[in-house]
Design a binder for this molecule. Structure first.
Ligand SMILES: Nc1nc2c(ncn2[C@@H]2O[C@H](COP(=O)(O)OP(=O)(O)OP(=O)(O)O)[C@@H](O)[C@H]2O)c(=O)[nH]1
Length: 394
């Protein structure tokens, strides 16, 4: 492999491609993305790890609220005896007992849904919508006005307010908030209040509460995303940090060991060549610029399913699940060539080229992740000894 220590020569430098935005989508889409709008709209772009962490956060709140609701649903029965006529009380009490059973089921479901966002969101819908349906049933059955029924007219507003304690995406908030408003409209219709000032007043109040709840959900989700990113990503390059990489590697290796037909897992360990010299010659700011550009090259050359991490200073590790070593060597060679063709500009606007050496290997199912990394790191060491700017896969 060609060694490029003289890469700063002007002829070679002009052949290199300036690389300011590699792999990063530009224009309006990128600007909207960087505002995190998509991240708080749906969970489509959230990682599996983040979904598990968020589901735990939501689950812990469901358990507290559901325990309170489960206790209060039957505890209200004595008050029902005071406000409902005798002929209706058995239906009301029956409804309350049914609601208590559904809430107990919700509590059970939320205990079972550890780390499972889908199940947790089902539990949340049950927690909010089952008391709302109970309220609707009561409004349909009884002749008294909601305002005369102590503790009842309050229910939809209370449920909407409780919604605000969860970190939800806009779509998740809407998928619970809209049915709650629909239930309220139906209840007003049963009460004959739909097109009256009372009905409009109810609709106005619950809509305002829903907007506040969505806002609170978004703020919590945004905060959670930020904290999660800080804990799992390298702030300079935006790549995963070493801790997350090791966790993912162990998970992937376990999955592969348990699979009937294990998929290959390849690993690339990369190190920027003579990086100290770049720092010493052009300063740490330019060194940082090289690290960021290298991260963008990795983004451009790798699949979204690959795990890309900054392992240490100028050392990076990529895990390619489902990729045999021969294919991984080709990917590594592509990355090496891509680096060779790029540069960043120093403060005098002169090109600063950089290259990388790469060790590649496949995880052997019998060995530990640590020894696989050690074996592949030895290949990187070999690449350095061969003169740098090359890939060693055997
Ligand atoms: N700018 C910058 N430099 C860093 C960062 N992290 C580590 N470094 C520097 O990276 C350099 C790594 O140098 P060495 O380990 O000697 O390796 P090298 O100069 O790349 O030489 P070879 O690996 O043998 O090609 C050190 O000077 C570190 O200070 C960082 O976040 N930013």
């Amino acid at each position: 492999m060609q060694h490029t220590e003289q890469a700063s020569e002007s002829k070679q430098a002009t052949e290199r491609r300036r690389y300011p935005f590699a792999g990063v989508p530009q224009g309006m889409f990128h600007r909207i993305r960087s505002m995190n709008l998509f991240d708080t709209l749906t969970n489509q772009h959230h990682s599996h790890d983040f979904n598990s962490a968020r589901s735990e956060y939501i689950r812990s709140r469901i358990i507290i609220l559901c325990t309170l609701f489960t206790l209060f649903a039957p505890l209200w029965i004595p008050i029902d005896y005071l406000i409902f006529p005798e002929e209706q009380i058995s239906i009301v009490v029956g409804g309350r007992l049914l609601l208590t059973l559904v809430l107990l089921g919700t509590l059970y479901l939320s205990h079972k849904s550890r780390g499972n966002l889908k199940l947790t969101l089902i539990a949340l819908k049950l927690l909010v919508l089952s008391p709302a349906i109970f309220y609707l049933g009561i409004m349909a059955l009884v002749e008294q006005e909601a305002s005369q029924l102590i503790g009842y007219s309050f229910i939809p507003f209370l449920l909407m307010a409780f919604l605000s304690v969860f970190p939800l995406t806009s779509m998740e908030s809407i998928s619970i908030g809209i049915p709650l408003i629909a239930i309220m409209i139906l209840a007003d219709w049963f009460q004959g209040n739909l097109f009256t000032p009372v009905g409009f007043h109810d609709l106005w109040q619950i809509s305002v509460l829903m907007i506040i709840a969505i806002w609170a959900n978004q703020s919590q989700l945004h905060m959670l995303l930020r904290l999660y990113r800080q804990a799992t990503h390298d702030p300079l390059t935006g790549l995963l940090n070493r801790g997350v990489l090791m966790e993912r590697l162990h998970t992937l290796s376990k999955e592969s060991q348990n699979a009937k037909k294990p998929l290959p897992i390849s690993i690339m360990i990369m190190d920027l060549d003579r990086f100290k010299r770049i720092n010493d010659t052009h300063g740490h700011l330019i060194g940082d610029q090289v690290l960021k550009t290298f991260a963008k090259i990795l983004h451009a050359e790798l699949r979204t399913t690959d795990v890309v991490a900054r392992y240490g200073g100028e050392e990076f590790v990529v895990v390619l699940p489902g990729t045999p070593k021969e294919d991984a060597v080709q990917v590594a060679e592509r990355i090496r060539v891509h680096c060779e063709q790029c540069w960043v500009s120093n403060l005098n606007n002169e090109p600063v080229p950089f290259t990388t050496s790469i060790g590649v290997g496949e995880v052997n199912l019998q060995e530990s992740i640590e020894s696989a990394l050690q074996r592949i790191d030895n290949r990187l060491y070999e690449a350095k000894n061969k003169g740098r700017n090359c890939v060693v896969g055997t």
